[in-house]
Ligand binder design. Structure first.
Ligand code: NCD
Length: 312
């Protein structure tokens, strides 16, 4: 049985086949509407979510399956003190696969160790968010036609942003990738990302403060929200929250082939006027999230691909 807890749980080749499957689903969604008939997905969300939970649910429904679950810890037995280990043991007899989001780093990993069904990490604290990364990779590949030889600017809260950590881990496996890490000094990436991920891969990187100066070099700009819920005090959040705002003026400095990604929700980091720029890819990215999660559910459940190939 496979789980998806860490973005590196799948090899590069497995990721490519999963993205290929997502592309086949996008090309002919009707062909996939019965593949998970009689299968159930449990969404166990101990932290707020809009896109991740609803795109998982839409994905399972699009595959002809059903969904059950809870959207917040306070309406589950977690509020009575139940452990994730006990919860997942029980859910294993109610559903075929589970997606779990939890404020504690490592909670989905722990759940997977007690689970009788595949567990997907739908975000664990400030640590990882591997299915957002699949969505990001799918969007980059569809926009740029490749995942290697790209210069990627990651901007905003690189410290607490779990989507940033997972994306860097995944992209560090590709040749010729260059990271421009744009943040105030308080929100720089955790040092393990540099020492354990970027440096061993021998990739070029820069840690910089200015978004404007970085714009002309970028193939991808990955904007992020300052993660208020992970701050220790509100004053720091207020001081840092508007450090970066992507505007039309800044977009003028960038390549016509740039793609702007954002995992969403957006708070104030991207001016609304940028939405109409063809280089804005964030709503398309959110839409891709459904297709890539359909491909992931098929893969983890070992469901056959009606378009000819075995589940990736
Ligand atoms: C992200 C998350 O939850 O980490 N959202 C998402 O899943 N699309 C990013 C964020 O909350 O800022």
């Amino acid at each position: 049985m496979r789980h998806l807890i860490d973005p590196l749980d799948f090899t590069k080749e497995e990721i490519e086949s999963l993205l290929d499957l997502a592309d086949r689903i996008i090309a002919d969604p009707a062909a996939y509407q019965e593949v998970a008939r009689h299968k159930k997905l449990a969404t166990l969300f101990y932290e707020p979510s809009t896109r991740t939970r609803l795109s998982f649910e839409a994905a399972m429904l699009n595959l002809g399956g059903s969904v059950l679950g809870f959207p917040a810890a306070d309406v589950s037995s977690a509020s009575k003190g139940e452990s994730v280990a006990d919860t997942i043991r029980v859910i294993s007899s109610y559903a075929d696969i589970a997606a779990m989001r939890h404020p504690k780093e490592g909670a989905p990993l722990r759940a997977s160790q007690y689970s009788g069904i595949p567990v997907i990490n739908a975000g664990d604290g400030g640590h990882n968010h591997p299915t957002q990364t699949l969505t990001d990779l799918m969007t980059i590949r569809r926009r740029c036609g490749r995942l290697d030889h790209l210069t990627i600017g990651l901007c905003g809260d690189l410290k607490f942003g779990r989507t940033v950590h997972s994306l860097i881990k995944s992209l560090a496996r590709y040749e010729g990738v260059k990271f421009i890490l744009i943040s105030p000094k308080e929100l720089r990436v955790p040092s393990y990302i540099i020492t354990d991920v970027v440096e061993p891969a021998g990739l070029e990187y820069q840690e910089v403060r200015s978004l404007e100066d970085s714009m002309p070099q970028l193939d991808i700009l990955y904007m992020t929200r300052v993660q208020r819920e992970r701050f220790f005090n509100e004053e720091d959040y207020i001081r840092l929250k508007n450090t970066y705002i992507l505007t039309e003026d800044k977009m003028k400095l960038a390549s016509p082939n740039l793609a702007v990604l954002h995992p969403l929700p957006r708070v104030n980091e991207i001016a609304l006027s940028v939405d109409d720029d063809p280089r804005a890819a964030y709503f398309e990215q959110a839409k891709n999230g459904v297709y890539v999660r359909m491909a992931l559910i098929m893969t983890l459940l070992g469901l056959a691909d009606p378009k000819g190939k075995e589940g990736a």
